[in-house]
Design a protein around this ligand. Structure first.
Ligand code: URA
Length: 386
């Protein structure tokens, strides 16, 4: 027979004890979420129209595929023109001792995109006002450069790289880097020049790729973008619709979230990191890339990473983490702990921004992962250039 007490509420003392423990846990949980919300802003607000991360080199964004070689890339959502006080295109802020004369800004057609500096060192790409296209600056005579050992010398004239003499899809690669090879920001013989040259060779090796079926529906090969001298390299899964349209990685909603991760938690901008994907063509309907598609792109990913020689790697999402680590472990097991890529580079895995848009409750974990990345980056002498 059932005792009437069995259906009764617990004695008042017991109830108070359970409630306070639970309350404390809830408060701690809430606090962590509020902090992550504030830092990552990962709430699923509808994405605001975003400027395309592109530069206005000839053929920039021109990809390989149905859009045609060197065809002007389609921009993302339309955005009002944002006049810039400093419309210098395609150059990074000088970082190294390189007193060479400024590079000529490439002529840009009205309505194309240029890089605009904003407050706090943040740069983005905005649309050039159609009515006032800047006149191309005359080419300056080659000035003295510094060799790696610091001695000044005037270099012999170097032959123009092919993309300067005739716009080609490879200009996209240069554009995506945000500077011109051979310009004043890229000292001859420097590590960054070697990386940039190798990256260009990788892009040329990819060519008009048809190594897997992802080529069938792509509009652009999304090679990667960022600073060839980056100390942090971020690896995503594969281009989405916006990336496929623009030829650049992480320019859609996931990209906005990635930008917040970078600026709010890592204190880095896109100009300071390099961003690429395990597959360079968009999987239809944003499905996960198949193993054979990843395998077809793998040699190029490895060459890019070897050229970049990052101090720290960040893998976003399961396919990136599994590909880089050669494991079948899931992202829940991989994230939050340091692994090693290629026997020497510390690699952190975390959730993909697109996943966090669907599951914002996991952003707290990503926030923790990114804090680990930031600490390791600093410990290893990762540079901040902004
Ligand atoms: N997701 C990715 O993994 N990469 C991109 O470039 C965009 C979205």
């Amino acid at each position: 027979m059932t005792s009437p007490l069995q259906d009764s509420p617990p004695p008042p003392g017991d109830e108070a004890e359970v409630s306070s423990e639970e309350l404390l846990r809830l408060i701690m949980d809430l606090r962590a979420r509020v902090v992550a919300d504030a830092e990552l802003g990962l709430d699923a607000r509808p994405a605001a129209p975003k400027a395309a991360h592109r530069v206005d080199l000839p053929g920039a964004g021109g990809g390989v595929g149905p859009a045609g070689r060197g065809a002007p890339a389609r921009a993302g959502a339309p955005r009002p023109a944002a006049p810039s006080p400093r419309p210098a295109a395609a150059t990074l802020p000088p970082r190294t001792a390189s007193p060479a004369t400024p590079a000529a800004a490439p002529a840009a057609p009205a309505g194309s995109l240029f890089r605009a500096e904003e407050k706090g060192g943040w740069s983005r790409f905005a649309q050039r006002p159609a009515e006032a296209p800047p006149a191309p600056a005359p080419s300056p005579p080659p000035g003295p450069l510094f060799s790696p050992d610091g001695a000044a010398f005037t270099p012999a004239p170097r032959p123009s790289p092919p993309w300067r003499s005739h716009p080609s899809p490879h200009a996209m690669v240069t554009g995506a880097w945000g500077f011109s090879l051979g310009g004043p920001d890229v000292p001859v013989g420097s590590r960054v020049e070697a990386a940039a040259v190798e990256l260009r060779a990788v892009r040329e090796a990819i060519g008009d790729c048809a190594r897997c079926r992802l080529c069938e529906q792509r509009n652009h090969i999304v090679f990667g973008m960022g600073n060839p001298d980056a100390d942090l390299v971020i690896v995503g899964e594969g281009p989405g619709a916006n990336e496929d349209a623009q030829g650049l990685p992480f320019v859609g909603a996931s990209g906005e979230m990635l930008d917040r991760m970078l600026s709010n938690v890592l204190s880095l901008s896109r100009d300071e990191v390099y961003i690429l994907n395990v597959v360079k063509c968009r999987p239809p309907n944003n499905r996960t890339p198949e193993p054979e598609e990843i395998a077809a792109c793998r040699p190029f990913l490895d060459r890019q990473l070897a050229a970049l020689r990052p101090k720290v790697l960040l893998a976003m999402g399961r396919p990136a983490a599994q590909t880089l680590l050669g494991t079948t472990q899931g992202i829940n097991a991989l994230r939050g702990t340091w692994k090693v890529w290629d026997g020497k580079v510390p690699l952190m895995s975390t959730y993909h921004p697109a996943y966090l848009l669907r599951r914002p409750e996991d952003k707290v974990k990503t926030f923790e992962d990114l804090k680990l990345v930031r600490r390791r980056y600093d410990d290893l002498g990762g540079r901040r250039r902004a």
